[in-house]
Design a protein. Structure first.
Length: 98
């Protein structure tokens, strides 16, 4: 969701030691953007158009292991957590539905 992505980026940019270097709308763009920007951290939603967030996280881990991945999701199911950990994500952040 674009509004959530824009809001999260704006809040993160308020921190003096964080620079948001890219935002992408689908899973297929995560790896190329992270590699091109030499990102330290990628915050990835699990439910994305194109490649899903967990598959994108696994691909990013293979292509650019120096980039840590945090999964952000409303789909905080145990199976998703296990899969996220299995593909090497650094964190799993459930978002609340309002």
């Amino acid at each position: 969701m674009r509004i959530l992505r824009d809001t999260l980026a704006a809040v993160l940019n308020l921190e003096h030691d964080i620079d948001v270097v890219a935002q992408v709308a689908d899973g297929d763009a995560i790896g190329p953007a992270a590699v091109a920007q030499r990102a330290d951290v990628a915050v990835v939603d699990i439910d994305l158009p194109g490649t899903d967030g967990l598959t994108a996280a696994a691909q990013l881990h293979e292509q650019f292991p120096g980039c840590r991945v945090l999964i952000l999701t409303v789909l905080a199911r145990p199976g998703n957590l296990r899969r996220a950990l299995a593909v090497g994500v650094a964190g799993f952040l459930p978002k609340l539905e309002i």
